[in-house]
Design a protein around this ligand. Structure first.
Ligand code: GLU
Length: 301
């Protein structure tokens, strides 16, 4: 591969410090880019202002550096990109691809849920706002077709957006642009060729590909790496009280992250620091070795 033809990215939400699960996603994305001499960018997804924690973005950048996950160029901040998201929403409006929605969360609570636990939008406002209501959010019309997509870890998949997700929010009732729109606009703006991220986002991919198609943007390659779960089977997250990445024994933590990505370091590297482990893993990286199933974090994390 031409060294400049790969641009990857890590896009954390600064809702708190990185935990072991986010480290695994960052390491996978870094290795996949660096193994082919590609660029690796960092984007702070500080879109959801109420959920962001003050100081978390700086902490995350320090954690990445401490684990030798060095990035290229400037860090892009989603909080400074509203004009680009507004322009994309206007483009979707002019194509009739979105509609205003007056539904409240409680009105939608009775709607069926999909396997990811998300509400499948029942189409209430799709043909126009019910009399006496005002639009609060904007939703993108979900096509009723089984659209195939490829994932480098999971292989060929397909999803019918209308049946499995429904019309999805691109601008929220609180006035904030939604992740599904911002991620597409920013991936295109940063010329991202390859997205490697956690498997919790696997079924967001068809929504993002649909928005890319509507906006005439290229579709990157996708790879979703296994989620890291705790002993209770829950995804490591702020909600499940996952601890921040340790500031000691970083080499052992990195070795565990690599093992969960199918790259157990050789015995000679026991006690090595993150930079040495990453240099070894980069030379041996094969995304095909990444397991499909979630892995349980052990005590070191
Ligand atoms: N900001 C998202 C997260 O922290 C990641 C988005 C993405 O990689 O597309 O879960």
């Amino acid at each position: 591969m031409n060294p400049t033809s790969y641009i990857g990215r890590f896009a954390p939400s600064p809702t708190g410090p990185l935990h072991f699960g986010s480290l695994v996603a960052a390491v996978a994305s870094w290795l996949d880019a660096r193994a082919v001499g590609g660029c690796w960018l960092v984007r702070m997804e500080d879109l959801d202002r109420p959920r962001c924690e003050s100081g978390a973005a700086d902490i995350i950048l320090h954690q990445l550096e401490a684990y030798s996950l060095h990035w290229d160029g400037e860090v892009l901040l989603q909080s400074q990109r509203d004009d680009a998201y507004a322009a994309a929403l206007d483009a979707l409006k002019s194509r009739g691809a979105v509609f205003p929605c007056a539904c409240t969360r409680s009105q939608l609570a009775a709607a069926p849920h999909n396997t990811e636990g998300e509400i499948i939008y029942p189409g209430t406002c799709r043909k126009g706002l019910p009399a006496g209501t005002v639009g609060r959010a904007w939703r993108c019309r979900a096509p009723n077709v089984y659209a195939p997509f490829n994932d480098r870890v999971h292989g060929e998949l397909q999803q019918n957006l209308a049946r499995e997700v429904g019309d999805f929010v691109v601008k929220r009732a609180d006035g904030l642009f939604a992740y599904q729109l911002a991620v597409v606009v920013d991936d295109a703006f940063q010329n991202i060729t390859d997205i490697v991220r956690g498997a919790d986002l696997l079924w967001n991919t068809p929504r993002q590909i649909h928005v890319q198609t509507l906006l005439g943007l290229p579709t990157p390659r996708y790879a979703h790496v296994p989620l890291i779960i705790n002993a209770a089977g829950q995804k490591l997250s702020k909600q499940t009280l996952a601890p921040a990445l340790p500031e000691h024994a970083r080499g052992a933590v990195m070795a565990q992250a690599l093992a969960l990505l199918g790259k157990t370091p050789p015995v000679e590297l026991i006690g090595a620091d993150p930079a040495e482990l990453l240099a070894w893993a980069r030379a041996h990286w094969h995304i095909e070795n990444v397991p499909l199933r979630p892995s349980i974090a052990n005590e070191v994390s």
